[in-house]
Design a binder for this molecule. Structure first.
Ligand SMILES: [Zn+2]
Length: 288
């Protein structure tokens, strides 16, 4: 992946080197919606967490505001931080064009919080074992860089595009939020059975995968950043990590026991849909 000459985001909040713990949150906010159908949702309702591509994501809904400490930690992670700023900048540039053009909705950038171990999010406590996640209440993506290291050292996968894809997936949840989808899916899950709510969560996740594909397609058009094999590697890595991360989360934290996430095949399918079309409206995971 070629990323050195892409836009650099200023919306990275670096909390590494000092961080507070927070209580784990309960349920949170993903939703579906907008461009995508809102139909099916009617009879679904909710639970909470959701997963993702590359890890378990937990979105909780506690309201404590996140601390704003800024602690930069020099060291080996600096290059990774630079990479994260570039990828976030790429998502900002792409969505600033694509979202209004395709949906009529203006894009407002999300903040990406880098932390070590644990920190407080607008959705409750964030812990590295949760994997990266997006909190709709404070519009921030939470990322412990150890997640990327684990992808490479523990799972033999990873790579820069796989890392970028994880970020783009989380930003995809932010896009869902801006489109009003997360509010709708949350509402739908409120009165749904657990099984139905899980099904909604899976569709929300697959949609985020597709939106990451939309980002990648448009970013590749702008900057030619994809190298051969990047996509396949990202998808393979994400699938492997998802299950393991989930188990860890289920064992150690208050994560609802029975939610499922899309299979690797489904993830590949939706990522591919976004990649091939470059269009938000190709990501309607609630249509089928
Ligand atoms: Zn996700």
């Amino acid at each position: 992946m070629e990323w050195e000459n892409t836009p650099l985001s200023d919306n990275v909040e670096d909390r590494r080197g000092g961080g507070g713990l927070g209580g784990l949150g309960g349920s949170g906010g993903l939703g579906l919606g907008t461009i995508l159908i809102l139909t099916v949702i009617g009879y679904f309702t909710g639970i909470d967490p959701r997963m993702l591509i590359g890890g378990a994501e937990v979105v909780s809904d506690m309201r404590s505001p996140a601390p704003q400490s800024q602690a930069a930690t020099p060291g080996v992670d600096d290059k990774l931080k630079l990479f994260v700023r570039h990828v976030l900048g790429e998502t900002e540039a792409v969505w600033a064009d694509v979202l209004p053009a395709q949906t009529g909705v203006a894009y407002r950038p999300a903040t990406l919080v880098l932390y070590d171990g644990a920190t407080q999010s607008g959705c409750g406590g964030a812990q590295a074992a949760m994997g990266p996640f997006y909190c709709p209440l404070d519009k921030k993506v939470y990322l412990d860089l150890s997640f990327f290291r684990d992808m490479e050292t523990k799972y033999g996968g990873g790579g820069d595009f796989a890392d970028a894809y994880v970020i783009a997936h989380e930003v995809g949840h932010h896009v869902q939020d801006l489109l009003g989808i997360l509010d709708k899916t949350d509402a739908a899950k409120e009165n749904a059975s657990r099984t139905q709510a899980n099904a909604i969560s899976v569709r929300v996740e697959l949609m985020a995968d597709c939106l990451a594909g939309v980002w990648a397609a448009n970013a590749n058009q702008k900057w030619k950043l994809l190298d051969p094999g990047d996509v396949e590697k990202a998808v393979a890595t994400a699938g492997a990590i998802g299950d393991d991360r989930l188990q860890t989360a289920a064992r150690g934290y208050a994560v609802p026991d029975s939610f499922t996430h899309g299979s690797s095949a489904m993830r590949v399918k939706w990522l591919t849909a976004g990649l091939q079309s470059g269009k938000v409206d190709s990501c309607d995971t609630f249509k089928q």
